[in-house]
Design a protein around this ligand. Structure first.
Ligand SMILES: NC(=O)c1ccc[n+]([C@@H]2O[C@H](COP(=O)([O-])OP(=O)(O)OC[C@H]3O[C@@H](n4cnc5c(N)ncnc54)[C@H](O)[C@@H]3O)[C@@H](O)[C@H]2O)c1
Length: 449
């Protein structure tokens, strides 16, 4: 498929195209606006938040922007977050440390789960068993055994459940999927991803509030099924540093890339992972590496390499690159770009190690076979970039996908099977890192081998 053809195949409308340097930039259209008709009062969806920390607040704010959504309750283990929830959604909402109080309420249709990873399974299963639809943050699982429990509850209760890797709803990812399917970069052979940081906050040293103590924080509830250890504000507010509550860089960061790769390439997941790394700098008591790199095999014929370096003294950067036989596709925050450089059609020659007479004759023989057709070389194809509209939010689109599904009872873009495949692939890195050996995964059957 030539360049002109792959441009035509995309179904995401563009609103304008201009030339920038050697390439073309296409401005993508914003997703369809909301229908003008107002949502009937009896069609309002009442949602509650379980785990009202950073991401839970952000998810709930995005959900509340979808027409016909009202926030009615919030649960959290730290009083400061409950107070914040009342500031954000009104003094009259129910706030509680015990999410079961929320699940008992008939007027709650659905819940957003923004707890640390070790609570995702229990909160999701309890919520679906109580008849609530669920939006659960990534990674869907903390342990592999969480996956089947969530999927079983989801199937048994027939609830709508969306997992929160929001980029799967992005128009940028949708465009990337279309471009790949249209042959824009030929046959995919490699995906390369990196997340490099160089700051305390980037390395998860989040601020512990001055008033954090066993009165303001429900420490036993926070711990849940995790080992009982004495109160520790860092464990509470910087839980990502500990495997008892989190899943390391694999579950925190790699999972986003697996969600994206599986969506864009239409694959279930990798077959094998090999990881290495270590704790090089942030020796603050954490039990997870701050440098990790992993290689993955995919049956579809490509390899994936991913790394995180929390000690990058060069510069902070992120990258998401798909390399194919005919080009390269790069996904960034603002859009997706494709670059194609035609491969040399001739084999070329190396003659300078031979005598001058032999060199001369060899070059003549070469050009008898490969006549000089482009004295100045073939023109390099310029790049193409598809840019999202300014202010575009995949986060809003993802929450909207969930809310739409709650109304229509149609499937979401990222259900628990998708969520388990993405998280299962991501934390395969940890399995390999811990054992020092390659780890194998049945992506379709969703089980470790
Ligand atoms: N999709 C994204 O881009 C994205 C970004 C950040 C975080 N996340 C995910 O969101 C989740 C939360 O991360 P965060 O950064 O918001 O953490 P956070 O520490 O800011 O918030 C977690 C909150 O959960 C509360 N909590 C713990 N146990 C609870 C329980 N049993 N019941 C009710 N509340 C409980 C804590 O008190 C805390 O306030 C994680 O799984 C993380 O991976 C996703």
């Amino acid at each position: 498929m030539d360049r002109r053809n792959f441009l035509k195949t995309g179904s995401i409308a563009t609103v304008g195209t201009y030339l920038a340097g050697a390439g073309k930039v296409h401005l993508m259209a914003a997703p369809e606006a909301e229908p003008a008709k107002p949502i009937a009062a009896n069609d309002t969806i009442q949602i509650a938040l379980i785990g009202a920390g950073g991401q839970g607040q952000s998810d709930t704010r995005a959900a509340a922007q979808v027409p016909g959504v009202k926030v009615v309750a919030a649960a959290d283990c730290y009083d400061g977050c409950l107070e914040r929830a009342r500031e954000l959604w009104g003094k009259d909402i129910l706030t509680t440390r015990d999410y079961n109080e929320i699940l008992a309420r008939k007027d709650v249709d659905a819940v957003v789960i923004g707890t640390p990873d070790h609570w995702h399974m229990q909160a999701a299963v309890d919520s679906m068993n109580a008849g609530k639809d669920v939006y659960c943050e990534k990674p869907m699982i903390h342990l592999y055994s969480d996956g089947p429990k969530i999927i079983d509850a989801w199937r048994k209760t027939n609830r709508i459940m969306e997992v929160g890797s929001q980029r799967v709803s992005s128009i940028i990812y949708r465009k990337a999927k279309e471009l790949l399917a249209a042959g824009a970069i030929g046959t995919l052979n490699m995906v390369t991803v990196w997340y490099d940081r160089n700051s305390a906050l980037g390395a998860w040293e989040y601020t512990v509030p001055y008033d954090a103590n066993t009165q303001t924080c429900d420490w036993p509830r926070f711990l849940g099924t995790a080992p009982k250890v004495p109160w520790d504000g860092e464990r509470f507010f910087q839980w990502r540093k500990y495997r008892d509550y989190g899943t390391g860089v694999a579950g925190d960061l790699f999972v986003h890339l697996f969600s994206g790769v599986h969506y864009i390439t239409d694959t279930y997941g990798p077959t094998r992972a090999m990881s290495t790394g270590g704790l090089r700098f942030w020796k603050d008591g954490r039990d997870v590496p701050d440098v990790m790199m992993s290689l993955y095999d995919y049956e579809k014929g490509f390899n994936l390499s991913v790394r995180t370096n929390f000690v990058d003294g060069g510069s902070e950067s992120e990258g998401f690159v798909f390399t194919g036989s005919e080009g390269q596709m790069v996904i960034g925050n603002d859009g997706v770009s494709v670059t194609r450089v035609p491969r040399e059609k001739e084999p070329g020659y190396r003659v300078d190690l031979f005598s001058t007479a032999i060199q001369k004759r060899m070059i003549e023989i070469y050009h008898e076979k490969y006549p000089i057709s482009h004295p100045s070389g073939e023109a390099m194809l310029g790049g193409e970039k598809y840019v999202a509209p300014e202010g575009y939010s995949d986060h809003y689109d993802h929450l909207k996908n969930w809310i739409d599904a709650i109304r229509s009872r149609k499937p979401v873009v990222e259900d628990p099977v998708f969520g388990f495949r993405a998280a299962g692939a991501a934390i395969l890195s940890n399995v390999s890192y811990d054992s020092g050996k390659p780890a194998r995964w049945d992506a379709e059957g969703m089980r470790l081998l």
